[in-house]
Write a protein that binds this ligand. Structure first.
Ligand SMILES: Nc1ncnc2c1ncn2[C@@H]1O[C@H](COP(=O)(O)OP(=O)(O)OP(=O)(O)O)[C@@H](O)[C@H]1O
Length: 486
């Protein structure tokens, strides 16, 4: 691993930072050399690597300012806290500290309209925003791109050293010193972790937005919570990141995007197999392992979300029917509210009508259609009948089912509008003409409240704004910078 001495110290204590170089694949396409352009590792503490994001330029800043917005830092803080509470592997954030600086960033205007995925749609307007520094930590920030750059440069010694380091981080056994077996085990472990990660994302409706190899941690944690969002109105193609040409990183494309990333990375790592020619074979092994691990975990996700003891073909069919219905429902169905309320379907001998009443609150037609009418009500009731029959057949109307479902279906996720209200109150986001300069009294209370709420997503947290447990409020649906962002 190459590292550069930083041109400036990070803070006024005497820490010397470390910024690393890495490459970047988007799918199979190589984007060239990147590196920690605004992230700096300052120390290790009790097995955790601690980084500052937005504190300074580094040798890899490529002419950018090395800074981060308060908006982005608050989003990463709450996003990590939320994912962690949801039991989804993630890096963690410790703090956000405003620097008092104002920086310029491109942003959307209020009139911008979302467009189809497949069209690049970066923000066109420059806005002024407050800057901040995020402190974050992880067992390791080792990215797939760290390996790929040495592979592409033909730096076999560096690649081997990095693979050894990766083995150390993931605790790969010695296998009697058989290097090739160790490499295979390393690649398999990374493949399994990526499969588990994307299945977990689908469980909670998380879309990472940008899944390039510089944002993919080999430890299988969510890394770089940038243009991410949790889906509100369910769609397989949901993608908040407007620069995703072709929609290749949309919500339900994430497993195949992760598989591509794993295969490219495994090919790179395979280059250090002794005897040569390892890349292709290792990539095939990685693909097999990924597919197997994903299929296993994805079954688990569907079983648990629907509240069954055992996964059967019937559960798969129910899921397929439900997904199709969610997608087709005209005004949209809220993914989180739907599954959170489904725990009340069929309890105490209740039938289809009661089931329908239990899930109705998930439908955006309540806000958007005349009289709140859901046009597809009859079809939903047909699905509910099939669902009730299936849980009846499994004998699953009791406590067991409730436990399974409540552990898989959160009541709250850090939605973009929730994070918006948090950073907005703290002074983040685009500033109005003449606003800024620091010194204003900003309100951080909402961030603190929300940290507690999203850290406990499987329970109602008393005394906070009730809207956070419901559909995305009407005024935020489709809003530039929330419904879609860069
Ligand atoms: N303001 C900036 N100054 C310097 N480098 C930047 C800046 N913004 C982004 N970069 C660099 O550009 C690349 C792509 O940025 P991206 O937004 O994916 O990552 P990031 O959010 O900055 O970083 P990380 O992946 O560490 O969370 C990264 O290498 C990043 O370090």
């Amino acid at each position: 691993m190459k590292n550069g001495k930083l041109p400036r110290t990070v803070t006024n204590w005497d820490a010397e930072g470390l910024a690393t170089v890495y490459g970047c694949h988007c799918g199979t396409e190589y984007f060239g050399q990147l590196g920690d352009g605004r992230a700096v590792t300052i120390t290790e503490h009790e097995g955790y690597e601690i980084q500052l994001k937005g504190s300074t330029q580094t040798p890899f800043s490529r002419g950018f300012d090395g800074k981060a917005t308060l908006r982005g830092c608050v989003r990463e803080l709450l996003g990590c806290e939320g994912l962690s509470g949801l039991n989804v592997p993630t890096t963690l954030s410790l703090s956000v500290i405003g620097t008092g600086e104002i920086i310029e960033r491109p942003w959307y205007s209020n009139n911008d309209q979302p467009r189809n995925t497949g069209r690049k749609f970066p923000p066109m307007h420059m806005g002024r925003e407050r800057a901040a520094v995020l402190t974050r930590l992880a067992k390791s920030f080792l990215r797939m791109g760290h390996f790929e750059i040495h592979w592409l440069r033909g730096e076999s010694e560096e690649l081997r050293k990095l693979v050894l380091h990766g083995m150390d981080v993931l605790d790969i056994g010695d296998y009697d010193g058989d290097w090739n077996v160790r490499v295979k085990e390393f690649v398999n472990e990374v493949s399994r972790r990526q499969a588990y990660l994307v299945a977990s994302w689908l469980r909670v409706g998380y879309c990472q937005g940008n899944m390039n190899s510089d944002n993919t941690a080999v430890t299988g944690v969510t890394l770089d919570l940038g243009p991410f969002a949790f889906v509100d109105k369910y769609s397989r193609d949901f993608q908040p990141f407007t620069s995703d040409g072709g929609g290749r990183f949309g919500l339900c494309m994430q497993p195949s995007a992760a598989l591509t990333a794993v295969k490219v990375w495994a090919t790179a790592v395979g280059a250090c197999v002794e005897g040569g020619g390892g890349g292709e074979e290792i990539a095939m092994e990685a693909e097999r392992t990924f597919r197997e691990a994903f299929e296993k975990e994805w079954r688990e996700v569907r079983r648990r979300k629907l509240g069954f003891e055992t996964y059967t073909a019937r559960v798969g069919d129910l899921w397929g029917g439900l997904e199709e219905l969610m997608e087709r429902t005209k005004h949209g169905v809220d993914f989180t509210v739907l599954f959170a309320s489904m725990v009340n379907v069929g309890t105490g001998g209740a039938g289809v009508e009661e089931g329908w009443e239990a899930i109705r609150e998930a439908f955006y037609a309540l806000d958007e259609a005349p009289g709140g009418r859901v046009e597809e009500e009859d079809e939903w009731k047909v699905w509910l009948r099939e669902y009730l029959e299936a849980i009846e057949a499994e004998g699953g109307r009791g406590e067991g089912r409730v436990d399974i479902m409540t552990g898989a279906n959160p009541l709250v996720v850090p939605r973009n509008w929730i994070m918006y209200e948090c950073y907005e109150k703290a002074g983040g986001g685009p500033l109005a003409e003449g606003e800024g300069g620091g010194g204003e009294d900003k309100d951080f209370e909402k961030i603190r409240d929300m940290m507690e709420v999203v850290a406990n997503p499987y329970q109602i947290y008393g005394g906070v704004d009730e809207r956070i447990y419901g559909r995305t409020p009407k005024e935020y649906v489709g809003k530039p910078g929330l419904a879609f962002l860069s």
